[in-house]
Design a protein around this ligand. Sequence first.
Ligand code: C5P
Length: 234
Amino acid sequence: MSHQIKFWAVVPAAGVGKRMNAYRPKQYLELAGKTVIEHTLSRLLQANVFSAVAVAISAEDPYWPELEIAEDNLIITAPGGKERADSVLSGLKAIREKANDNDWVLVHDAARPCLTTNDIHLLIDTLVNDDVGGILALSSHDTLKNVQDKSIIDTLDRRTIWRALTPQMFRYGMLKSALEKTEGNHRVTDEASALELMGFTPKIVEGRPDNIKITRPEDLALAQFYLDQQWEQQ
Ligand code: C5P
């Protein structure tokens, strides 16, 4: 009997968000009446495609057990890791009994609460028959510089430069093996980079610019603005 391909989501949510200088990790800051991570997880659940959503949470996190969404039937809690890639690997391990190597996994940052259902479906529809998978990305409008010691070494050709967003969509088996083989490598700052180091060439799918990652304090107000805009457009 052939296995029906399933879709899984993995959400790394074990970061402390130092650049926010906030009183709690950024995924638990308030945004439009809920925490950032509740928005993020609701968006994934609303897409209605995932067999489960594995969320990697730090062992010292007192906020997660207080959220109602942590009890949702589709949510699986996994231990967080030292780096983002370790947290993603932990999320993958939490579903290993259920997932098949050919199933698709969409990894999405907890700190990106403005992801739209349309972008989730666009990514899936574009890549579902691809051999490797790929990521949502945005072209760069700014001119980008390669800098060392505050001096410009050269200017990158922005026609070929894209900013990596999430979700990033790869086959369960290929992603797990790439993350295991590249464990501890500081060049692995997203899933695609682990696959690239294995010699694969992931695709990019143009995403929406409002899929921002909450990183600095001013990003919360921007996220609020984008959520309001999305609600108005509904
Ligand atoms: O710090 P940064 O914004 O790059 O983090 C991206 C995502 O990875 C966040 O959702 C954060 O919670 C998560 N993360 C993690 N485990 C770590 C570091 C970051 O799950 N050790």
